[in-house]
Design a protein around this ligand. Sequence first.
Ligand code: H2U
Length: 349
Amino acid sequence: MNSRFCAEEHQHIRYNPLNDKWILVSPHRAKRPWKGQVEKAFETDIPEHDFKNPLCPGATRANGEVNSFYESTYVFPNDFPALLENVPEPDPSSHPLFQAQAAKGECRVMCFHPKSNVTLPLMKNEEILEVINTWIKEMLELRTKYKWIQIFENKGEVMGCSNPHPHCQIWASSFLPDEPRAEDSQQLKYFQKNNQPLLLNYINEEIERKVRIVVMNDHWVALVPYWAVWPFETMLLPRRHVLRLTDLNEEEKSSLAEIMKKLLTKYDNLFETSFPYSMGWHGAPEDKESDYSHWQLHASYYPPLLRSASVKKFMVGYEMLAQAQRDLTAEQAAEKLRLLPDVHYKLRE
Ligand code: H2U
């Protein structure tokens, strides 16, 4: 008893300052995984083009509209939107236990590439740059009407993605959703106390400590956050203080394309599979009146795979009823990803 604490061996809880939640880390349970067999998932061949796939160039969508024969990115209104622009508002309620508020918005689908079998890590840097430029174009338009614009990508069937064609979704809303609302209040509290943005201080510490960095360039850093919940969760952030995607300069955009390709290649190389995840961008909310200096732009990648292309981490039981738990430490996950090649397994000689 009372031997010295070692984070890689002894269970502990870690604090996430961005959302004010804790996570249970139980590394003693992770001793086995890397000795175990690594199975490859069965990958179906996705055709480059299919007129029956509603996301493909020239295909007919559910509402009867025909996509253009696009050659780069392509944005269209989601035919099954969760948010509509014009709907009646709920009546005000005076009862504190039965509160509702108006919710307005728009949902769009954005295809990344004309070919269904070209995912982001298989694209050229210039093609990824096109994706970034289209994200920015969409944000510039939607921010004139909405407070929050959520860009997110569900990749892989295991994440509920309904279509293998490379794409993301954009949901703009009149309200600030829960996750960014928690991040806003946590970053504000930290800024008021320390006069520095939380995430900027955080990345500077991480760059010095090195152990959780996965890949870095002059403008960006990708790391496994100290408080990561998903086994190979990462966060991608600019190294300078940037509030929103729309504030990036040309150099930072090109450099973002480069680091995205590297990070996503490592992800695919981990289990030699098209790595599933949900990812999304968080930047300062869009109302002009408020000062959002406490914010720092970041993307979060939440991949569910744990041990192999077919072993997924389930967030059930304890996670649903108590709090998030992980086996592998953030440092072990970062090292594993860092050491993987930058060349995609499908593109190896
Ligand atoms: P996901 O697989 O990430 O859910 O994205 C596919 C989206 O495309 C989904 O939200 C939309 C679905 O509503 N879609 C259309 O808008 N039109 C179609 O014809 C098919 C799919």
